[in-house]
Design a binder for this molecule. Structure first.
Ligand SMILES: Cc1cc2nc3c(=O)[nH]c(=O)nc-3n(C[C@H](O)[C@H](O)[C@H](O)COP(=O)(O)O)c2cc1C
Length: 446
């Protein structure tokens, strides 16, 4: 009798346990920015600082770490570095993931302290409170820790009441600290105890609006120190680079662009003259150029270059035959050829175009040097995860470029290189140009 009562009780408890609602939350702190690595770090809060190269690579690594997990919708804070992090994470996931901007997840406002060094903000007696009693901290024109907690609770209420079984939160250090206190029901003075590193990933089981279990916290073993180092050897890099003619609507961080140019500047040149001038156009300036480009090409306005390529019929025999070969390629319909020919009308939808110019009166060797740095830019770009196409079609209305990019009249705009993240699904980007063999072009003598 006793035994059967015990079994019934056990089954009853088991059924309660089984019916218990449970949801999974992945929590990720955004990737590194230059504010994190600055030798004199500054208080960020709501200031917009983009991810640096390392931050982007690390977010992609976090994305790979979670690629096969059910991560639900990705809710990110409205501050752009969180969105940028979320995009890198989602990009690596093996299923299509919905991203949702969530104002409740915004970083704490550090009010008048934002942009100041930590020494300037908390260097006096406030420093003690900042470290040990954040609950006592009065942030002028800022937000209180309790108001942050309240809005985070609102987020959990919404999530709990939704039919979602899991979700991912991409937010900021102060927010992940406060969340840790909520998960552990710990007092505010423990604010710093569960600090998450940039791109750290935590997994939490939610059992009610007030009850959480931390499955793991701040996993970051996937952030190998050399993650951002070239993943290709040189031959790979050469093979992976190809002309991409349709790019995603995704800007390239300025840091990445700077690093690409910095690498390319190692190129050789005649007497080390380094004759190139480099103009990088993105954002508004490029959009204005793009708009006029679309207008002019749609009206068939004849283009011209500062440097003439000659007429099509004057192109070398090899240029003409490779062009012909391309047009005759199997599966290349009239319609597809048209798309190829018109791909540059909107500047290939690239987020950035680099214009390479030479001072007028340049010699043929300056042109040689410019070709060298052009190729270096494309290879460096690929190494930084950025695709490219070099194109004369990008410079056929030099007056339009001059209007929005400050290029003086005594420089020739010789070539443009469009940079961006290729749309891998676009048929134009799946095409690979055939290359000649060594013996087709090279004669060895001993
Ligand atoms: C100086 C130069 C000008 C080019 N102009 C164009 C162009 O106007 N439009 C275009 O789609 N591709 C242009 N290209 C890209 C070539 O078509 C491409 O490099 C070639 O077909 C080899 O393909 P790959 O880059 O994929 O190896 C140009 C390349 C060079 C070097």
């Amino acid at each position: 009798m006793r035994a059967s009562l015990f079994i019934i009780l056990f089954a009853f408890l088991l059924s309660i346990v089984h019916s218990e609602k449970k949801k999974t939350i992945y929590l990720i702190r955004h990737g590194e920015t230059n504010f994190n690595t600055d030798p004199v770090p500054r208080v960020r809060g709501r200031i917009n600082v983009p991810l640096n190269d390392e931050g982007i690579a690390h977010c992609r690594a976090a994305g790979e770490f979670l690629a096969n997990e059910k991560i639900g919708k990705v809710y990110y804070s409205v501050i752009p570095r969180a969105k940028q992090s979320a995009e890198c994470i989602v990009e690596k996931h093996n299923t299509k993931v919905e991203m949702v901007e969530e104002p409740l997840l915004i970083d704490i406002s550090w009010g008048v302290y934002e942009g100041k060094t930590y020494q300037e903000a908390f260097g006096d007696e406030k420093g003690g409170d900042y470290m040990f009693h954040p609950e006592k901290l009065n942030i002028p024109e800022g937000e209180t820790f309790y108001s942050v907690m309240n809005r985070l609770r609102l987020f959990f209420i919404k999530f709990w009441e939704s039919d979602e079984e899991e979700c991912t939160i991409v937010s900021h250090g102060a927010i992940t600290n406060i969340l840790s206190l909520m998960f552990l029901q710990a007092p505010l003075e423990k604010f710093w105890s569960m600090y998450m590193s940039a791109c750290g990933v935590s997994k939490i089981q939610m059992k009610s609006i007030y009850s959480f279990t931390v499955e793991y916290w701040n996993a970051n073993h996937f952030l190998k120190k050399d993650y951002n180092k070239p993943s290709f050897n040189f031959r790979d890099l050469l093979e992976k680079r190809h002309s991409a003619r349709n790019f995603l609507d995704k800007p390239i961080p300025e840091d990445t662009l700077r690093n690409i140019i910095k690498d390319s500047l190692l190129s050789p040149s005649w007497c080390n003259s380094q004759p190139w001038n480099i103009y990088v156009s993105s954002g508004e300036s490029l959009n204005k150029i793009r708009k006029e480009w679309i207008e002019k090409t749609s009206q068939n306005v004849k283009g011209y270059g500062d440097v003439s390529p000659g007429h099509r019929t004057d192109f070398s025999k090899r240029s003409q035959s490779t062009m012909q070969e391309f047009f005759n390629k199997e599966g290349m319909s009239e319609e597809k050829i048209k798309i190829f020919e018109n791909a540059a009308n909107d500047l290939f939808n690239a987020p950035t175009v680099i214009y390479l110019t030479l001072n007028k009166g340049h010699t043929v060797y300056s042109v040689y040097d410019l070709g060298g740095i052009g190729f270096a830019i494309m290879l460096a770009a690929k190494e930084h995860g950025v695709d490219s196409v070099v194109a004369y079609q990008l410079i056929t209305y030099p007056d339009v470029i001059r209007k929005y990019v400050n290029i003086p009249n005594d420089e020739d705009i010789v070539i443009g290189i469009a940079l961006g993240y290729e749309n891998e699904e676009h048929f134009m980007n799946q095409y690979r140009s055939p290359k000649l063999n060594v013996d087709d072009v090279c004669k060895f003598t001993n």
